[in-house]
Design a protein around this ligand. Structure first.
Ligand code: SF4
Ligand code: SF4
Length: 328
């Protein structure tokens, strides 16, 4: 089995957040390539705290069987990038290093192509697939759908072999998930859409190599936090995995239970009209801070809070700002 154009090394980077299955997808691809397709391969992931919503990058390197892979550094100049969550497109590092003839796959509903993608090489192959919707419909996870799309974009992957590795991954611990993953994989193959005229850049994209902010000569005095993080600047939008809590104001009795259980202070309250039965009322949700855990929905004693599929623009339209003066 050969890599495309007889290349000696083929590198893939999966850009994701915890909970969407990027690490498992990388493991499945590398397992299929090494154990069933006769390639050399390596795979590892980098992530911070192991919690749903934190950034995850998964790296796969493939080479012909006689070619050793001697590096275990992160993939900086990938032949293919797969983006598991559309909100990650806002970060230029997500696109960094893609080769001019590389493949770029992203998870988003059909419609307007995100403007950030104009930074891709004009000669790159770009595919879009609505992996979150398909995963929801098939009761699977986006990784199965994106693996299907990847097999479509990179035909040197034997799709039957990748599907087998996917089934094997779940057969032991979650046998009930095997059929759902198979359906999601097939739909990723069939429903991914190749897009033309997306990128406008020439040549390979530069790799992102973050330099340390401070060195020996430039560091400030110890104990000084020059750029402190704070609650107001936090943005948890990328932590959501396809669902939003939506408030139906007409059903709300302003009991405050949702506010008690919300871990991120998303619920926005304000004074109620003087002629009504309440002094203080729930005005809405600031989705900037909402990670989509659904505790508010599960705890609401009425039907005021409901679990709703997140479609582009819904969070922006329904958001009630907790800090209206905050410029971001
Ligand atoms: S728990 Fe439900 S009814 Fe109570 S304040 Fe929250 S949304 Fe309104
Ligand atoms: S889903 Fe509800 S409880 Fe969870 S973070 Fe969002 S608003 Fe808070």
């Amino acid at each position: 089995m050969a890599l495309p154009d007889g290349s000696r090394l083929f590198e893939i980077r999966l850009e994701s957040i915890g909970g969407l299955g990027a690490h498992a997808a990388g493991q499945i691809l590398a397992t299929a390539a090494v154990l069933r397709m006769g390639l050399n391969g390596s795979h590892f992931s980098s992530y911070g705290s192991e919690k749903k919503g934190s950034a995850v990058r998964s790296f796969i390197r493939l080479a012909p069987s006689e070619q050793p892979i001697r590096t275990s550094a992160p993939v900086e100049a990938p032949d293919a990038i797969v983006v598991f969550h559309a909100a990650l497109l806002r970060n230029p590092a997500t696109l960094a290093g893609l080769k001019h003839d590389g493949t770029f796959i992203y998870n988003a509903p059909a419609g307007v192509v995100p403007e950030e993608l104009a930074a891709l090489p004009a000669s790159a192959t770009v595919l879009r697939v609505d992996a979150l919707r398909i995963a929801r419909e098939e009761k699977s996870r986006p990784n199965a759908v994106l693996l299907g799309a990847l097999c479509r974009a990179l035909p040197f992957f034997d799709r039957g072999v990748v599907a087998e590795a996917l089934a094997e991954e779940f057969a032991g611990k979650h046998p009930d998930a095997v059929a759902a993953n198979e359906r999601a994989f097939e739909r990723g193959l069939a429903e991914s859409e190749a897009l033309a005229g997306v990128g406008a850049a020439a040549g390979d994209l530069p790799a992102a190599r973050p330099e340390p902010l401070w060195g020996y000569d430039t560091q400030p005095s110890g104990g000084v936090l020059a750029t402190p993080g704070n609650t107001a600047w936090n943005d948890l939008s990328v932590s959501r995995t396809g669902w939003l809590p939506v408030l139906d104001a007409a059903q709300c009795i302003h009991c405050g239970v949702c506010d008690l259980v919300c871990p991120d202070y998303c619920l926005v309250w304000g004074p109620a009209p003087a002629d009504g039965p309440y002094e203080w009322m729930l005005k809405g949700i600031d989705y900037r801070y909402c990670k989509g855990c659904m505790r508010c929905v599960e705890s609401c004693p009425t039907t005021a809070m409901s679990r709703t599929a997140e479609v582009p623009g819904l969070a922006e339209r329904a958001r009630v700002a907790r800090f209206p003066g905050l410029v971001s």
